[in-house]
Design a protein around this ligand. Structure first.
Ligand code: AHR
Length: 509
C-alpha cells in the first residue's frame, strides 16, 4: 500500500542556529569503546597513529565530529586523572566498578584523549570527577590541560612531553549525581557544582563552558534547583552563574526498561513503541525548557543532552557489563527523529552526545579485534545529516500524514509516520525525512515557500526490513542510495519506501 503525506517548509524563515555540537559524541571507559575501539596501543598489528586506530579515525572524520565527551559517564566519577599521565608502564591500575568490574590500566589518559580530539578535529568535552574526586584534583586537571607559561601543572605537562596547553571548551561537573555519580539530592549537588565550577578556572584565553549534571528523562526537579541557583531565584542574577549549561540524559527503549529487549529480533509492536519513545524526547526537552524559560527567558543558560540513544539487551555471549549491542534500521530512525527534535529546539539545546561512538549502546562503528569494522545505520544518519551543523533551522511542518495508534509504555499515543526537519546554510538547504511505516510506501508532497529551489542531491537509507543491520559479512545491508526527488511549481515530491531515512539537498535561488 501507499500512504500520502503533506508538509510545508518556509525556506526564507531562518530560525535559531543548529549548533554543530548537537552532533557530539561520547567515549567512555566502558566495554570496548576505548580499549579495542579507539585505542589499540602503539605496538598493535592494527594500523594506528600513536596507538589510536586509524580506520576508526578515518571513518569518523567523514562525520565532522564536533566534540567528544570523555572519560564517562559513570566512569568519570571514579576516574583520577593523575593515574592516566606519564610513562604508561608506571601508571597505576584501578577497578572499573561500573562496567564489568574489569581492571583499567590507564593506558588511555589525558594525552591520548587530547591526541584523539586533534586527529578528529573535535573539541574536547572533559567530564570532571565530582562524585569521588576533590575540588583541588579537578582544579589542577584544568590547569594541567589549559595553562600556558610556568605553573606547577603546566610544568608537569611539559615533563610528560606536551609544551603548549590544549584548548578545552567544555567541562562537565560530574555525571548523573542522582545515581552513580553520588546518589545526591539536587540541592546538595547544586552546592557542590557551584563549588567545583568556581575552581575550574579559565586560564589564559581558554574559556570553559561548565556543564552541571542534571536529571534523567523528564525529572525537571534537577533543572529547577539548578536554575534557581544559577539565576539567583529568578531575580536579575547577582553574579554570573558558575556553570553555563545544565545537562539531562534520555535513553530510548520500547517500554520495558533499558537493556531488556533485543536489538535486532524485535516485533512490529516493539518497533513502533520504540519510535514513539524516541519522539517523546520532544515532550521531555519542552519540559526542561519550560522550567528554564521561567528563570532565564534570555536563554543565557544552555540545555545539554549529553547522553542519548537506544539501550538494548547486550548481544549474546558478550559481557553484560560491556553494553555491546547491534544497530538496525530502527536505530537509524531513532536518530533521525531525535535530530528533527533537536533542530526544533536549537535555541536552548546547545549540545547533544550520543552514547556511545564505538561498540557500546547506539554506536556509529562496531570494531573487531582483527582489524575490521562495520559502519552502523546510525553512522549513516550522522553522515547524511552533517550539513545541518551550524545551519539555520527552518520552519518545517507535517500538515498531514498517516499515523500509528498504540501504547508506548506511558499510555496511549499517536505517532505520525513522517518526521521532518530542515535547515539552510550558504545558499543551500538540507531536508531530513524519517518515514516510520513498517510496511507501506509514502508519497510525500512538500510545499516550499519563501525561496525558489532546485534539488542537488537526494539519498535514502533503508533495507528490506526494519531489523536489517550491518555485519562483517554484509557491511552494506543498510547503506545510503540515491533517491528520486523533483520540484515542480514549488512542490517537492518524493516517494519513500517503508522504514526509511532520507535527505534532500537543495540549491536556493
Ligand atoms: O552510557 C552508559 C551509562 O549510562 C553512563 O555511564 C551513565 O551516565 C548512564 O547511566
Amino acid at each position: 500500500m501507499t500512504g500520502r503525506a503533506h508538509a510545508t517548509i518556509d525556506l526564507a524563515a531562518e530560525g535559531a542556529t543548529i549548533s554543530r555540537h548537537l552532533y557530539g559524541h561520547f567515549a567512555e571507559h566502558l566495554g570496548r569503546c576505548v580499549y579495542g575501539g579507539f585505542w589499540v596501543g602503539e605496538d598493535a598489528a592494527i594500523p594506528n597513529v600513536r596507538g589510536i586506530r586509524l580506520d576508526v579515525v578515518d571513518a569518523l572524520r567523514a562525520l565532522d565530529v564536533p566534540n567528544m565527551r570523555w572519560p564517562g559517564g559513570c566512569f568519570a566519577d571514579e576516574y583520577h586523572w593523575r593515574d592516566g599521565i606519564g610513562p604508561r608502564a608506571d601508571r597505576p591500575t584501578m577497578v572499573n566498578t561500573n562496567w564489568g568490574d574489569v581492571i583499567e590500566d590507564n593506558a588511555f589518559g589525558t594525552h591520548e584523549f587530547m591526541d584523539l580530539c586533534d586527529l578528529l578535529g573535535a573539541d574536547a568535552y572533559v567530564n570532571g570527577n565530582v562524585g569521588s574526586g576533590t575540588v583541588q584534583e579537578m582544579s589542577e586537571w584544568v590547569e594541567y590541560l589549559t595553562r600556558a607559561g610556568d605553573s606547577p601543572m603546566s610544568r608537569l605537562r611539559r615533563q610528560n612531553g606536551r609544551d603548549e596547553p590544549w584548548r578545552v571548551p567544555f567541562w562537565g561537573l560530574g555525571n548523573e549525581a542522582w545515581g552513580c555519580g553520588g546518589n545526591m539530592t539536587p540541592e546538595y549537588y547544586t552546592s557542590l557544582a557551584r563549588r567545583f565550577a568556581t575552581f575550574a578556572k579559565n586560564h589564559g584565553d581558554n574559556t570553559l563552558q561548565r556543564i552541571a549534571a542534571g536529571g534523567s528523562d523528564d525529572d525537571v526537579r534537577w533543572t529547577r534547583v539548578l536554575m534557581e541557583s544559577a539565576m539567583g531565584g529568578g531575580a536579575p542574577f547577582p553574579v554570573p552563574s558558575p556553570f553555563q549549561s545544565i545537562s539531562f540524559h534520555y535513553y530510548t527503549h520500547s517500554g520495558s526498561g533499558i537493556g531488556t529487549e533485543p536489538a535486532t529480533g524485535f516485533s512490529p509492536e516493539q518497533y513502533f513503541r520504540t519510535l514513539a519513545a524516541a519522539a517523546d524526547v520532544e515532550r521531555i526537552i519542552s519540559a526542561h525548557e519550560e522550567v528554564m524559560d521561567a528563570y532565564d527567558p534570555e536563554r543565557v543558560i544552555g540545555l545539554v543532552c549529553d547522553e542519548w540513544g537506544t539501550w538494548w539487551h547486550v548481544e549474546p555471549d558478550t559481557n553484560p557489563g560491556f553494553l555491546f549491542q547491534q544497530n538496525t534500521m530502527r536505530d537509524a530512525l531513532v536518530a533521525g527523529i531525535h535530530f528533527d527534535v533537536f533542530h526544533r529546539h536549537a535555541a536552548r539545546l546547545r549540545m547533544a552526545n550520543i552514547a556511545q561512538t564505538l561498540n557500546v549502546l547506539q554506536a556509529m562503528i562496531l570494531t573487531d579485534d582483527d582489524g575490521g569494522l562495520v559502519l552502523t545505520p546510525t553512522y549513516h544518519v550522522y553522515e547524511m545529516n552533517k550539513g545541518h551543523q551550524d545551519a539555520a533551522s527552518l520552519a518545517a511542518t507535517v500538515v498531514d500524514a498517516p499515523s500509528w495508534e498504540g501504547a508506548d509504555g506511558k499510555g496511549s499515543t499517536t505517532l505520525p509516520l513522517l518526521s521532518l526537519s530542515a535547515s539552510a546554510k550558504n545558499g543551500a538547504a538540507l531536508l531530513s525525512l524519517s518515514h516510520l511505516s513498517a510496511d507501506d510506501d509514502l508519497e510525500v508532497r512538500i510545499d516550499l515557500h519563501g525561496r525558489s529551489a532546485s534539488v542537488t542531491r537526494a539519498r535514502v537509507l533503508t533495507a528490506d526490513s526494519a531489523t536489517a543491520h550491518n555485519t562483517p559479512e554484509r557491511p552494506d545491508a543498510v547503506a545510503p542510495a540515491p533517491l528520486a526527488a523533483q520540484i515542480s511549481d514549488g512542490v517537492l515530491e518524493v516517494r519513500l519506501p517503508p522504514h526509511a531515512f532520507a535527505t534532500v539537498e537543495l540549491a536556493l535561488a
